[in-house]
Write a new protein. Structure first.
Length: 108
């Protein structure tokens, strides 16, 4: 890999190009590949762990949603029954408070 070149210098009449570069030696190249593979493996393992954690979180959330739905249904039913009971009680109070229209019987 070519990183930097200097202007041409001459040594004994021949042009010599001084080049500074960072070249990966064959052993360094294989080390880079191993590091890349290790990084890929580590990333894959992290993604798997995240997916498992996320699925566990969602699995915990599902029963909570079901319990919330049950609680909401219970609250709605309680409100409906309370409203019906209050209406029934009001009718009963009105019936008791109203004078009876039946004629008093005459006994002689």
């Amino acid at each position: 890999m070519h990183v930097h070149s200097r202007a041409q210098d001459t040594v004994e009449g021949q042009a010599v190009r001084l080049t500074f570069f960072l070249a990966a030696q064959p052993s360094e190249s294989s080390e880079v590949n191993r590091m890349t593979q290790a990084s890929s493996r580590t990333r894959a393992q992290a993604e798997i762990a995240f997916a498992e954690a996320q699925s566990q979180f969602l699995a915990r959330e599902r029963p909570i949603d079901e319990l919330d739905a049950i609680a909401q249904a219970r609250a709605e039913k309680t409100l409906r029954l309370k409203t019906a009971r209050m209406a029934r009680d009001e009718e009963e109070r009105a019936r008791v408070a109203a004078p009876t229209s039946s004629k008093p019987s005459k006994r002689a």
